[in-house]
Design a protein around this ligand. Structure first.
Ligand code: MTE
Ligand code: MO
Length: 308
Protein backbone atom coordinates (compact mmCIF):
# COMPACT_ATOMS: atom_id res chain seq x y z
CA UNK A 1 0.00 0.00 0.00
CA UNK A 2 2.88 2.38 0.55
CA UNK A 3 4.37 3.69 -2.54
CA UNK A 4 6.57 6.02 -4.33
CA UNK A 5 5.55 7.73 -7.52
CA UNK A 6 7.63 7.42 -10.66
CA UNK A 7 10.45 9.93 -10.78
CA UNK A 8 10.19 12.26 -13.71
CA UNK A 9 13.11 10.45 -15.31
CA UNK A 10 11.24 7.14 -15.09
CA UNK A 11 7.89 8.36 -16.36
CA UNK A 12 7.25 8.18 -20.06
CA UNK A 13 5.98 11.29 -21.76
CA UNK A 14 2.93 9.46 -23.10
CA UNK A 15 2.08 7.82 -19.80
CA UNK A 16 -1.49 8.97 -19.39
CA UNK A 17 -2.60 6.02 -17.29
CA UNK A 18 -0.93 6.47 -13.93
CA UNK A 19 0.51 3.41 -12.22
CA UNK A 20 1.62 3.06 -8.66
CA UNK A 21 5.23 2.18 -8.04
CA UNK A 22 6.08 0.43 -4.83
CA UNK A 23 9.62 1.57 -4.33
CA UNK A 24 9.70 2.64 -0.72
CA UNK A 25 7.67 2.12 2.40
CA UNK A 26 6.92 4.90 4.77
CA UNK A 27 4.11 5.53 7.15
CA UNK A 28 2.86 8.03 9.62
CA UNK A 29 0.92 5.38 11.46
CA UNK A 30 1.96 4.49 14.96
CA UNK A 31 4.69 1.85 14.91
CA UNK A 32 2.46 -1.05 15.92
CA UNK A 33 -0.20 -0.31 13.35
CA UNK A 34 2.43 0.21 10.69
CA UNK A 35 4.02 -3.11 11.51
CA UNK A 36 0.66 -4.85 11.32
CA UNK A 37 -0.19 -3.23 8.01
CA UNK A 38 3.20 -3.69 6.45
CA UNK A 39 4.65 -6.83 8.03
CA UNK A 40 6.96 -7.51 5.13
CA UNK A 41 8.45 -4.02 5.00
CA UNK A 42 12.06 -4.41 4.09
CA UNK A 43 14.11 -2.55 6.67
CA UNK A 44 16.27 -1.12 3.94
CA UNK A 45 13.26 0.50 2.34
CA UNK A 46 12.04 2.21 5.49
CA UNK A 47 12.88 5.87 5.64
CA UNK A 48 13.55 7.98 8.70
CA UNK A 49 10.60 7.87 11.09
CA UNK A 50 8.63 11.05 11.20
CA UNK A 51 7.33 12.72 14.32
CA UNK A 52 3.89 13.46 12.87
CA UNK A 53 1.46 10.73 13.82
CA UNK A 54 -2.18 11.58 13.13
CA UNK A 55 -3.97 9.73 15.91
CA UNK A 56 -7.14 8.95 14.03
CA UNK A 57 -5.64 6.42 11.67
CA UNK A 58 -6.25 3.51 14.00
CA UNK A 59 -9.73 4.61 15.03
CA UNK A 60 -11.33 5.24 11.70
CA UNK A 61 -11.83 2.81 8.91
CA UNK A 62 -10.61 4.05 5.57
CA UNK A 63 -13.50 5.03 3.29
CA UNK A 64 -13.85 2.72 0.30
CA UNK A 65 -11.96 4.18 -2.65
CA UNK A 66 -15.08 3.88 -4.78
CA UNK A 67 -16.94 6.30 -2.47
CA UNK A 68 -14.05 8.75 -2.22
CA UNK A 69 -13.77 8.95 -6.00
CA UNK A 70 -17.48 9.15 -6.89
CA UNK A 71 -18.86 11.42 -4.15
CA UNK A 72 -16.99 14.68 -4.67
CA UNK A 73 -17.17 18.44 -4.51
CA UNK A 74 -15.37 20.02 -7.45
CA UNK A 75 -17.75 22.72 -8.59
CA UNK A 76 -15.82 23.49 -11.75
CA UNK A 77 -17.22 20.18 -13.03
CA UNK A 78 -20.77 20.45 -11.66
CA UNK A 79 -22.62 20.87 -8.38
CA UNK A 80 -23.90 17.31 -7.97
CA UNK A 81 -21.70 14.90 -6.01
CA UNK A 82 -21.46 12.58 -9.00
CA UNK A 83 -20.62 15.30 -11.54
CA UNK A 84 -16.84 15.49 -10.93
CA UNK A 85 -16.33 11.75 -11.50
CA UNK A 86 -18.28 12.01 -14.73
CA UNK A 87 -16.86 15.27 -16.10
CA UNK A 88 -13.32 15.66 -14.73
CA UNK A 89 -11.90 13.34 -17.37
CA UNK A 90 -11.66 16.49 -19.48
CA UNK A 91 -9.05 17.96 -17.12
CA UNK A 92 -5.57 17.86 -18.65
CA UNK A 93 -3.03 17.29 -15.88
CA UNK A 94 0.12 17.20 -18.04
CA UNK A 95 2.05 19.35 -18.57
CA UNK A 96 1.38 21.05 -15.21
CA UNK A 97 3.15 23.82 -13.39
CA UNK A 98 2.67 25.42 -10.00
CA UNK A 99 3.95 28.99 -9.76
CA UNK A 100 5.08 29.97 -6.25
CA UNK A 101 5.59 33.71 -5.93
CA UNK A 102 4.91 36.86 -3.93
CA UNK A 103 6.71 37.59 -0.66
CA UNK A 104 9.50 35.08 -1.24
CA UNK A 105 13.24 35.37 -1.86
CA UNK A 106 13.19 32.66 -4.53
CA UNK A 107 10.06 32.67 -6.68
CA UNK A 108 9.94 29.27 -8.34
CA UNK A 109 7.86 27.46 -10.93
CA UNK A 110 7.59 23.79 -10.00
CA UNK A 111 6.74 21.29 -12.69
CA UNK A 112 4.55 18.41 -11.51
CA UNK A 113 7.65 16.23 -11.93
CA UNK A 114 9.45 18.41 -9.35
CA UNK A 115 6.56 17.94 -6.92
CA UNK A 116 6.59 14.15 -7.36
CA UNK A 117 10.26 14.23 -6.36
CA UNK A 118 9.54 15.60 -2.88
CA UNK A 119 9.74 12.79 -0.29
CA UNK A 120 6.23 11.38 -0.45
CA UNK A 121 4.44 9.99 2.58
CA UNK A 122 1.12 8.34 3.16
CA UNK A 123 -1.19 10.13 5.60
CA UNK A 124 -4.56 8.81 6.63
CA UNK A 125 -6.67 11.88 7.37
CA UNK A 126 -10.31 12.63 7.94
CA UNK A 127 -11.88 15.05 5.49
CA UNK A 128 -14.89 16.81 7.05
CA UNK A 129 -17.03 18.70 4.56
CA UNK A 130 -18.90 21.79 5.73
CA UNK A 131 -22.02 19.95 4.51
CA UNK A 132 -21.63 17.63 7.54
CA UNK A 133 -20.37 14.47 5.87
CA UNK A 134 -16.89 13.05 6.21
CA UNK A 135 -14.51 10.48 4.81
CA UNK A 136 -11.21 8.91 5.85
CA UNK A 137 -8.70 9.04 3.04
CA UNK A 138 -5.15 7.70 2.71
CA UNK A 139 -3.45 10.60 0.99
CA UNK A 140 -0.03 10.52 -0.59
CA UNK A 141 1.83 13.79 -0.43
CA UNK A 142 4.37 15.92 1.37
CA UNK A 143 4.25 18.78 3.87
CA UNK A 144 3.35 22.11 2.30
CA UNK A 145 6.10 23.54 4.55
CA UNK A 146 8.72 21.70 2.50
CA UNK A 147 7.65 23.57 -0.63
CA UNK A 148 7.39 26.92 1.16
CA UNK A 149 10.86 26.56 2.68
CA UNK A 150 12.33 26.12 -0.80
CA UNK A 151 11.08 29.53 -1.92
CA UNK A 152 12.21 31.27 1.29
CA UNK A 153 9.31 33.41 2.52
CA UNK A 154 10.37 36.97 3.33
CA UNK A 155 9.73 38.58 6.72
CA UNK A 156 6.71 40.32 5.21
CA UNK A 157 4.90 37.09 4.26
CA UNK A 158 1.91 36.48 6.56
CA UNK A 159 -0.57 34.58 4.37
CA UNK A 160 -0.55 32.03 1.58
CA UNK A 161 -3.01 32.32 -1.32
CA UNK A 162 -3.86 29.35 -3.54
CA UNK A 163 -5.46 29.27 -6.97
CA UNK A 164 -7.03 26.45 -8.97
CA UNK A 165 -6.58 26.07 -12.72
CA UNK A 166 -8.87 28.35 -14.70
CA UNK A 167 -9.73 26.42 -17.87
CA UNK A 168 -13.23 27.04 -19.25
CA UNK A 169 -12.46 24.68 -22.13
CA UNK A 170 -12.04 21.82 -19.66
CA UNK A 171 -14.35 22.91 -16.83
CA UNK A 172 -17.98 23.14 -17.95
CA UNK A 173 -19.26 25.22 -15.01
CA UNK A 174 -16.78 28.00 -15.83
CA UNK A 175 -18.71 28.56 -19.04
CA UNK A 176 -21.97 29.23 -17.16
CA UNK A 177 -21.15 32.32 -15.09
CA UNK A 178 -22.21 30.52 -11.91
CA UNK A 179 -19.77 31.60 -9.17
CA UNK A 180 -16.58 33.60 -9.56
CA UNK A 181 -13.58 31.69 -10.95
CA UNK A 182 -10.86 30.60 -10.49
CA UNK A 183 -11.46 28.89 -7.15
CA UNK A 184 -9.18 30.51 -4.59
CA UNK A 185 -8.26 29.68 -1.00
CA UNK A 186 -5.97 31.05 1.66
CA UNK A 187 -4.20 30.21 4.90
CA UNK A 188 -2.24 32.11 7.49
CA UNK A 189 1.45 31.36 6.98
CA UNK A 190 1.77 29.55 10.32
CA UNK A 191 -1.15 27.29 9.39
CA UNK A 192 0.45 26.58 6.04
CA UNK A 193 3.75 25.71 7.74
CA UNK A 194 2.10 23.29 10.20
CA UNK A 195 3.37 19.73 9.68
CA UNK A 196 -0.18 18.36 9.24
CA UNK A 197 -0.77 20.60 6.19
CA UNK A 198 0.08 18.66 3.07
CA UNK A 199 0.07 18.94 -0.67
CA UNK A 200 -1.37 15.67 -1.94
CA UNK A 201 -0.41 14.16 -5.28
CA UNK A 202 -2.04 10.80 -4.68
CA UNK A 203 -4.51 8.73 -2.68
CA UNK A 204 -5.06 5.02 -2.04
CA UNK A 205 -1.53 4.29 -3.23
CA UNK A 206 -2.06 5.78 -6.68
CA UNK A 207 -1.94 9.20 -8.27
CA UNK A 208 -4.93 11.49 -7.64
CA UNK A 209 -7.97 10.90 -9.81
CA UNK A 210 -8.93 14.11 -11.61
CA UNK A 211 -12.15 14.46 -9.63
CA UNK A 212 -10.13 14.49 -6.39
CA UNK A 213 -7.96 17.40 -7.50
CA UNK A 214 -5.24 16.05 -9.76
CA UNK A 215 -2.44 16.54 -10.14
CA UNK A 216 -1.86 18.39 -6.85
CA UNK A 217 -4.20 19.62 -4.12
CA UNK A 218 -4.06 20.95 -0.62
CA UNK A 219 -5.23 18.84 2.33
CA UNK A 220 -5.92 20.67 5.62
CA UNK A 221 -7.31 17.96 7.89
CA UNK A 222 -8.46 20.25 10.73
CA UNK A 223 -10.42 22.57 8.44
CA UNK A 224 -13.66 22.14 6.51
CA UNK A 225 -13.14 20.45 3.17
CA UNK A 226 -13.54 23.59 1.09
CA UNK A 227 -10.14 24.85 2.29
CA UNK A 228 -8.53 21.83 0.60
CA UNK A 229 -8.28 23.45 -2.82
CA UNK A 230 -7.86 21.19 -5.85
CA UNK A 231 -5.79 21.27 -9.03
CA UNK A 232 -3.51 24.08 -7.83
CA UNK A 233 -1.59 26.21 -10.34
CA UNK A 234 -0.52 29.20 -8.22
CA UNK A 235 0.62 29.75 -4.65
CA UNK A 236 1.26 33.34 -3.61
CA UNK A 237 2.71 34.51 -0.30
CA UNK A 238 1.15 37.78 0.75
CA UNK A 239 1.16 40.46 3.44
CA UNK A 240 -2.64 40.71 3.56
CA UNK A 241 -5.33 38.09 4.08
CA UNK A 242 -6.30 36.84 0.62
CA UNK A 243 -9.89 36.43 -0.62
CA UNK A 244 -11.34 32.90 -0.53
CA UNK A 245 -14.06 31.55 -2.79
CA UNK A 246 -16.68 30.51 -0.23
CA UNK A 247 -16.11 33.49 2.02
CA UNK A 248 -16.47 35.83 -0.95
CA UNK A 249 -19.76 34.14 -1.90
CA UNK A 250 -21.38 33.92 1.54
CA UNK A 251 -19.31 35.59 4.27
CA UNK A 252 -21.95 34.99 6.98
CA UNK A 253 -21.76 31.25 6.36
CA UNK A 254 -18.12 30.60 5.53
CA UNK A 255 -15.27 32.26 7.38
CA UNK A 256 -11.63 32.58 6.41
CA UNK A 257 -10.45 30.12 9.06
CA UNK A 258 -13.07 27.39 8.56
CA UNK A 259 -11.67 25.26 11.36
CA UNK A 260 -13.92 22.28 12.04
CA UNK A 261 -15.88 23.33 15.11
CA UNK A 262 -18.90 21.42 16.48
CA UNK A 263 -19.75 24.44 18.69
CA UNK A 264 -20.25 26.88 15.83
CA UNK A 265 -23.26 25.94 13.73
CA UNK A 266 -23.59 26.85 10.12
CA UNK A 267 -26.47 29.38 9.94
CA UNK A 268 -28.57 26.78 8.11
CA UNK A 269 -27.58 23.56 9.90
CA UNK A 270 -25.79 22.10 12.91
CA UNK A 271 -22.12 21.22 12.76
CA UNK A 272 -22.30 19.12 15.94
CA UNK A 273 -22.48 15.79 14.11
CA UNK A 274 -21.51 14.34 10.78
CA UNK A 275 -22.36 11.39 8.56
CA UNK A 276 -19.41 9.27 7.58
CA UNK A 277 -19.91 8.49 3.90
CA UNK A 278 -21.12 4.86 3.75
CA UNK A 279 -22.56 4.84 7.29
CA UNK A 280 -26.06 5.45 8.65
CA UNK A 281 -25.49 6.55 12.23
CA UNK A 282 -24.15 10.04 12.70
CA UNK A 283 -20.94 10.64 14.60
CA UNK A 284 -20.06 13.52 16.87
CA UNK A 285 -17.88 16.06 15.12
CA UNK A 286 -14.64 16.69 16.98
CA UNK A 287 -13.04 20.11 17.53
CA UNK A 288 -10.50 20.71 14.80
CA UNK A 289 -11.78 17.47 13.26
CA UNK A 290 -9.91 15.49 15.91
CA UNK A 291 -6.57 17.24 15.46
CA UNK A 292 -6.93 19.71 18.36
CA UNK A 293 -3.89 18.37 20.18
CA UNK A 294 -1.72 19.21 17.19
CA UNK A 295 -3.23 22.48 15.99
CA UNK A 296 -5.23 24.22 18.74
CA UNK A 297 -2.18 26.23 19.80
CA UNK A 298 -2.21 27.99 16.43
CA UNK A 299 -5.38 29.75 17.59
CA UNK A 300 -4.48 30.49 21.21
CA UNK A 301 -6.16 33.68 22.36
CA UNK A 302 -8.52 33.84 19.39
CA UNK A 303 -12.30 33.89 19.72
CA UNK A 304 -13.16 30.92 17.50
CA UNK A 305 -16.84 31.91 17.40
CA UNK A 306 -15.95 35.28 15.91
CA UNK A 307 -13.10 33.97 13.73
CA UNK A 308 -14.94 30.96 12.34
N1 MTE B 1 -10.98 23.88 -7.02
C1 MTE B 1 -11.84 23.36 -6.12
N2 MTE B 1 -11.37 22.81 -4.99
C2 MTE B 1 -12.23 22.29 -4.09
C3 MTE B 1 -13.62 22.32 -4.30
C4 MTE B 1 -14.09 22.91 -5.50
O1 MTE B 1 -15.30 22.98 -5.78
N3 MTE B 1 -13.17 23.38 -6.39
N4 MTE B 1 -14.49 21.80 -3.33
C5 MTE B 1 -13.99 21.75 -1.96
C6 MTE B 1 -14.88 21.05 -1.05
S1 MTE B 1 -16.32 21.84 -0.62
C7 MTE B 1 -14.55 19.83 -0.49
S2 MTE B 1 -15.53 19.11 0.70
C8 MTE B 1 -13.35 19.10 -0.96
C9 MTE B 1 -13.81 17.73 -1.44
O2 MTE B 1 -12.72 16.94 -1.81
P1 MTE B 1 -12.98 15.50 -2.42
O3 MTE B 1 -14.06 15.63 -3.44
O4 MTE B 1 -11.69 15.10 -3.03
O5 MTE B 1 -13.37 14.63 -1.29
O6 MTE B 1 -12.66 19.75 -2.02
C10 MTE B 1 -12.57 21.16 -1.90
N5 MTE B 1 -11.72 21.70 -2.93
MO1 MO C 1 -17.09 20.77 1.26
Amino acid sequence: MLLRFPKASQAREDEVTPRPLFLSRRSLLAGGAAAALFPDAAAAALQAPTTVRPRDAKLDEVTPKKSATTYNNFYEFGVAKTDPAEAAGALRTRPWEVVVEGEVAKPTTFGIEDLLNFPLEERIYRLRCVEAWSMVIPWVGFPLAELLKRVEPTGAARYVAFQTLHAPDQMPVLRTGFMEWPYVEGLRLDEAMHPLAILAVGMYGDVLPNQNGAPVRLVMPWKYGFKSIKSIVRIRLTRDQPPTTWNRMQAQEYGFYANVNPDVDHPRWSQATERRVGEFLRRKTLPFNGYAEEVASLYAGMDLKASF
